[in-house]
Design a protein around this ligand. Structure first.
Ligand code: MOS
Length: 699
């Protein structure tokens, strides 16, 4: 073949349906728990029924006599794991290192794995398993400020402080001082966590549903003291993750059982188990103090956030982080703190920090606008920082006000009467609200290979994860452009750790990091191929590694920005809030695939509706467990709750990215709940500072 690419018009920027879409809707695409294996055994996790204490004994005898039961793994017989390492994304949460000791740090802690010939037999036996505990008093109370809270750095410093906060507040003409709370929230991806482990010719293979095979290989290898080259993780299709699909108890338990039984073992979490085992978003208590001069210019900004973590692992929901990028003030103080309780360890959940943080910050800005008698967009325009308020670094681009201007035009903001509680339509009070959004635009090293095949096609291999985002399709488009061919000539292979190390689908960094590696390999391949020359039967392959290129990125404040708008109707009799329409305008880098990008933005915005009005996991103080750990008790926005939601973007390519990408995975939810809450205030004249805005809170 020849590689002369004459008809290539460019694929990036063109709307394309998912390359695997047909496989998904016809059922041909197999998810982790659907991949067949000969001789498969099934493991079922048994979880603690007490919230704190010690396991006295696990009565295995009766269960081992049940039909089909093969083994029961628990702290008394499980292999020891090495937990003293810093993994791909930090130290592992000991929650994943199952059966290592007799301590129970929270209700729902995995205490045993029952393995049987069928899933039903394993479940029956796991539910019959008797575990005796020495119970201790537990503490799960997260009510507000606690004296045992302490600052935690996480991926950013816990505390930033410049200027004299009290002096600037005292000198301010207008002050907002308010506390905002958000509840415990759960990811609930459609596909539950599932893993099958088996030994195959001396190699451990795990077929899994995860956000990054490299991550799972790296952590499993370290936990089991294996050479990473002897571990392979595959995850071709993943039905949602949102931050919850890393290394968790089920993969580890499956590997233990597969090792003990010398046959493939599958462990799937139930929806209920996910509430204890899959991580969640911590509840938050956030105090905002804003002081401004009469013209609305901020003199003082304080954002103090409190979240919770478990007694076994320190995880911080960094809600105060967004204030470090959004607004400057003469005195600017932020703090992220946690309290440790007898609960499961929270984890990253879509826009960790930014999602709850933007609810508090952007609600407080709306309150300030009201007090200053300023339009909320004008208030933000008057507080646009020249440089990073905390870092002092220049912005690589900051199109926040451009997003507001475009959004205001399309939403019809100019006609808005700012006074609250005035618009009535039958039994409905109507209002509109807006809020800003931002999310960091980062990249991480990845490797990729691109092969020019003898038949004129190209095969790209990268250990990327498409968790439903459309990443596989976007990467196909990126590769096609880099190779200067049509996308139909590109075969995209992802979800296999044997393709080499790559970034996870997380932190809005996946597509950007992978596209970079693919572009680098494709560029080199194009240089290598001689036009008119033949391709050998084995093809020509180029491997890239972007470690050096990513490290050389200029240090700037690099973020995506956005403006969220919402219109709500509030039923004066029942307190029901209905969102009537939403619009989000984003400046989020070059958009690779307008179809799947719109899906991402709209999905995030719908989650914002859910966060504003529905989602709330409630724990029972007495038992330490949830009241309703399922999708019947934990409400998420359903179709009937979701009106016309529109997302669009302005041109905003990243100047330092080879494709111009910034990353769009998370920004859609940021600010969305605040826009709804601000609209509820505009409708009713009442501020709602605690989510969700349930009917009983509205009345
Ligand atoms: Mo996302 S919370 O980085 O999966």
């Amino acid at each position: 073949m020849t590689t002369a690419p004459t008809a290539h018009k460019g694929s990036v920027g063109v709307a394309r349906t998912r390359v695997e879409g047909r496989d998904k809707v016809t059922g041909a695409a197999r998810y982790a728990a659907e991949v067949p294996f000969a001789g498969l055994a099934y493991g079922w996790l048994a979880l603690s029924t007490v919230a704190r204490g010690r396991i006295r004994s696990v009565e295995t005898a009766g269960v081992l006599a049940m039909p089909g039961v093969l083994t029961v793994l628990h702290h008394g017989n499980a292999p020891r794991l090495d937990t003293g390492f810093v993994g791909f994304l930090g130290a592992p949460d000991p929650t994943c290192a199952v059966f290592q000791h007799d301590r129970v740090p929270h209700r729902g802690w995995p205490v045993a794995l029952v393995v049987a010939e069928t899933s039903e037999q394993a479940r029956e036996a796991a539910e019959a398993l008797v575990v005796h505990y020495e119970e201790e008093p537990h503490d799960i109370a997260f009510d507000g400020e606690r004296s045992d809270a302490y600052p935690v750095d996480g991926h950013m410093p816990a505390v930033t402080a410049k200027g004299d906060l009290e002096a600037e507040l005292a000198a301010s003409a207008v002050v907002v001082d308010a506390e905002y709370t958000t509840p415990e929230e759960h990811h609930n991806p459609m596909e539950p966590h599932a893993a099958t482990a088996r030994w195959d010719g001396g190699r451990l293979e795990v077929v899994d549903s995860n956000q990054g095979a490299t991550w799972v290989v790296s952590d499993l290898a370290q936990l089991f003291s294996l050479d990473p080259a002897s571990v392979r993780v595959r995850s071709e299709h993943v039905g949602g993750g949102f931050g919850s699909k890393g290394v968790r108890a089920h993969q580890v338990a499956a590997v233990m059982a597969a090792t003990a039984l010398r046959r493939p073992v599958r462990v799937v979490m139930t929806r209920r188990q996910m509430f204890s085992l899959a991580g969640y978003r911590s509840p938050t208590v956030q105090r905002l103090r804003l002081g401004a001069d009469a013209g609305g210019r901020l003199r003082a900004l304080e954002h103090r956030a409190l979240s919770l973590t478990s007694t076994v692992h320190e995880f911080i929901e960094p809600s105060a982080g967004a204030a470090r990028v959004m607004y400057d003030a003469d005195a600017h103080h932020t703090a992220n703190r946690v309290v440790r309780l007898d609960v499961p360890t929270p984890t990253w959940m879509r826009a960790p920090g930014e999602a709850p943080g933007s609810f508090a910050l952007e609600s407080a800005l709306d309150e300030l606008a009201e007090k200053c008698g300023l339009d909320p967009i004008e208030l933000r325009a008057r507080n646009e920082p020249e440089r990073g308020p905390v870092s002092g670094l220049p912005f690589s681009g900051r199109n926040l006000i451009a997003c507001f201007r475009e959004g205001a035009r399309r939403f019809g903001w100019a006609d808005r009467d700012p006074r609250p509680g005035l618009r009535r339509e039958g039994r409905w009070l109507l209002g509109t609200g807006t809020a800003a959004a931002s999310f960091p635009a980062r990249a991480r090293p990845s490797t990729a290979t691109v092969t020019a095949e003898a038949d004129g096609t190209f095969t790209v291999r990268i250990s990327a994860a498409d968790i439903g985002t459309g990443a596989r399709t976007a990467l196909t488009q990126v590769a096609a452009d880099a190779l200067e061919v049509g996308p139909e000539r590109v075969r995209m292979r992802i979800g296999d750790s044997d393709f080499g190390p790559a970034m996870i689908a997380g932190g809005s960094m996946g597509t950007r990091s992978w596209a970079w590696a693919i572009t680098a390999a494709a560029d080199e391949l194009r240089e290598r191929l001689i036009p008119g020359a033949g391709i050998p039967p084995e093809g020509v392959t180029v491997r890239s590694d972007t470690t050096a290129a990513v490290a050389a990125l200029t240090e700037t404040e690099r973020h995506s920005f956005g403006a969220q708008f919402a219109e709500v109707a509030v039923d004066v009799a029942t307190g029901e809030v209905r969102v009537r329409r939403m619009l989000g305008i984003f400046a989020a880098g070059r958009i690779v695939n307008p179809l799947t990008a719109r899906n991402q933005f709209v999905g995030g915005m719908i989650w914002g509706i859910s966060m504003a009005l529905h989602e709330e996991a409630v724990r029972d103080r007495a038992s330490g467990g949830h009241y309703a750990a399922d999708l019947a008790g934990y409400h998420v926005s359903a179709h009937a709750d979701v009106p016309h939601v529109e997302a669009d973007w302005i041109d905003d390519p990243d100047p330092d990215d080879p494709v111009g990408i910034k990353g769009i995975g998370e920004i859609g939810i940021v600010g969305a709940a605040a826009a709804v809450a601000n609209a509820v205030w505009h409708a009713t004249g009442v501020r709602h500072r605690s989510l969700p805005i349930r009917p009983d809170r509205v009345i």
